[in-house]
Design a protein around this ligand. Sequence first.
Ligand code: HEM
Length: 142
Amino acid sequence: MINPTTPGPAPDGRPFGPQHTPYEALGGDETTRRIVDAFYDHMDADPAFATIRALHDESLVAARDKLYMFLSGWLGGPPLYTERFGHPRLRGRHAPFPIGEVERDQWLACMAKALDDVGIDGAVRAFLDERFRHVADFMRNR
Ligand code: HEM
């Protein structure tokens, strides 16, 4: 029996899979929420992220909820976002916002600070850094 809370590779050699999700490895619902809160707190407070902050509504309440719900399912936990809003269509939903290398790199740096704050490291951190890099680059539309 795999202990789902044990970080690191699953016994079959794959880093993560249905029996051993990144969501479980990083600490489930509470940790996902803390990452999102730290992410938007940095975006709101740090002038280094002013370019992407300016793309968001003045209130970040909806953005926090949506990123939290999205990450829950994307990391292998409860699919909260799709249950409520359907397919994420992330690229389409980001199309109204100008996203180039500057915006992508601010987003990734902001997320790195959030993951540092919450103390996400080891195998699950390496996995997240890689996946976030990939999806943030995919969001570029200029
Ligand atoms: C690459 C740079 C990115 C920029 C500049 C950006 C910017 C934005 C903005 C401005 C919004 C609208 C928020 C609002 O309602 O005020 C948004 C929504 C959202 N973003 Fe991003 N984003 C980026 C990357 C990402 C990535 C990598 C993910 C996922 C890993 C993500 C997930 C989401 C989600 C789930 C929403 C809510 C979509 C909805 O249902 O409306 N974003 N983003």
